[in-house]
Design a protein around this ligand. Sequence first.
Ligand code: GLN
Ligand code: ZN
Length: 761
Amino acid sequence: MASHVVGYPRMGPKRELKFALESFWDGKSSAADLEKVAADLRSNIWKQMAGVGIKYIPSNTFSYYDQVLDTTALLGAVPQRYGWIGGEIGFDTYFSMARGNATLPAMEMTKWFDTNYHFIVPELGPETAFKYSSHKAVSEYSEAKALGIETIPVIVGPVSYLLLSKPGKGVPKSFSPLSLLARILPVYKQVIAELKAAGASWVQFDEPTLIKDLESHEYAVFTKAYAELESSFAGLNVLVETYFADLTPAAYKTLTTLKGVSGYGLDMVRGSKTIDLIKSGFPAGKYLFAGVVDGRNIWANDLTASVTTLSVLQDIVGKDKLVVSTSCSLMHTAVDLINETKLDDEIKSWLAFAAQKIVELNALAKAMIGQKDERFFKANVAAFTSRKSSPRVTNPAVQQAAASLRGSEHRRVTDVSARLDAQQTKLNLPILPTTTIGSFPQTVELRRARREYKAKKITEDAYIAAMREEISKVVKLQEELDIDVLVHGEPERNDMVEYFGEQLSGFAFSANGWVQSYGSRCVKPPIIYGDVSRPKPMTVFWSSMAQSMTARPMKGMLTGPVTILNWSFVRNDQPRFQTCYQIALAMKKEVEDLEAAGINVIQIDEAALREGCPLRKSEVPFYLDWAVHSFRITNCGVKDTTQIHTHMCYSNFNDIIHSIINMDADVITIENSRSDEKLLSVFREGVKYGAGIGPGVYDIHSPRIPTTEEIYDRITKMLAVLETNILWVNPDCGLKTRKYTEVKPALTNMVSAAKKLRIEL
Ligand code: GLN
Ligand code: ZN
């Protein structure tokens, strides 16, 4: 049996590409230096896969920034404002689109399905001229071939490309990029012809949008596109790859009847119903690329279970037509366990990063043809047994406490408007109260203090003294600025999830488990391997210290359970909601300890609640139900006079506003200034909303300092749709990435705008 990999991480085991890119962007190295690092990474990856025994090795899954942007380059669909004059697209034009340049901002970036990867959204219109303008797919194929390695070039499929595009600047919103199908296909035909000429015998088109809830006319576009391409496929095997979920029966039918296609890639991990679809009928003579090895997680594959699945599939599709594959590109998992020297052996035995997953693939393929590597399988069974029985994983008390939660309500007894009255009596805030979202600028000294404390180079006392000094500085500054509800500035936190994960049981941290988020940016998600509990208070010390420095209310600052869950690698041996409930119970204890310590305002950040929404509409209500419930669990036990805030960062709220209200927070702050006040439209439509709300009044992602007048205008616009007594005034998000020279004037202007309005109202 053959093995196949949908795609592989590009960043390198130690983020080599990140450093090469950033050095190039900073003008510290040449284009040739960057190209050399990239070529080495590619050749290492290909050799690694070939060495392991993978048959279908992908090429063109490398990218200097993003595979969708690569496709934009391939099609020559550069928005006019970037001044590209034709010819092969080089670094200049490419990186201008990706990151902006001295005069132009970058193109919009958005999340790649429900992953934490972000792609550059193509901008199309009736005027877009398509022309084959990047030969990257062919040159990477040939580059591998020159190394003696046969690969499958991977290209974002034409229909997914169009479905992921948006109307460009000045193009009516009603314009449908799908209408451009006939104009992009000739370019696809050109690249196919060139790949054939270079010797390719397979091509992979990624068409992940097929897993979305599409309309019948959209399915019809897939049918039409591949019928149109069929003649150019002659002499070539074509794999259409889907991932991230199972297909609806209509999508499955569309996929399996596409013209000219020889194989289908299906996600067998997230696509829990995929196997039933295949059982319902699979076209004779076609290949099934069965994605049994999880590309979205870091857990070792249950090889025994996979062999069972593969055997079932083999009976349906035939021995020579089944290919064992990954559920999606491995770019969504970490790169290589070999660099994890700090993780203990037991936990390591439960894990598989990309480099280990390709070994699993090969072991599965071999086992299916009677060449089972007994030692490898035995070790795998042993790892699963140890994971199942380990007391580090199972904590019966936590299991019991979480088991009874589902189905219960956990809601504060008093309704929100009565609570707000009780809180106002206690807090005595002016109208349009001002606050910030939590973090203050993180200086080099702060980072150094944290690093040295971690490395035991400075004592705990010295560390506490450094933090105390910083907190006191931040408190004084806020008092001088006359902000109403203060924060301590989060100087002790490296990251809003890692900080809590490090103090909760059931979490492990990798040293190099980076996953690309966008461009050169990577995140290193914590690994939740066991039942979660809170051995001791996590923030009470710092929050009490900060509160003791001021008579004004000090916000306790926590990360919510759903965000901790969504920004981690989550265990796969129990449902996600179960893990979320466990985190909620741990955070509930923290909330109650903060309250007992005299903290009257507590903010529980849920920046990632929205993005955790499943891709398939039918699964959204269940998710929102347990996610919102988990949030309520954390704070249902506090007094009416304790004010619970949540910060939801940038979340497209309009379609989930009822769930947001159902979180029953006293005050919600959200990022708003970059979204054209889209958010406010939902209130304009008359949604009944009684809790406090703080839509950000200025963008913290930019160094630009907003004027008093523009903040004043923003608040005035908000007051047109929101009641005066529920509106809060705050920036879009935390200030950690900004400088004090930006933060001070910006907050000064924010407070003056609020004060000006208070007089007028
Ligand atoms: N409290 C966090 C901060 O201010 C919130 C960050 C976020 O929303 N991403 O940094
Ligand atoms: Zn935010």
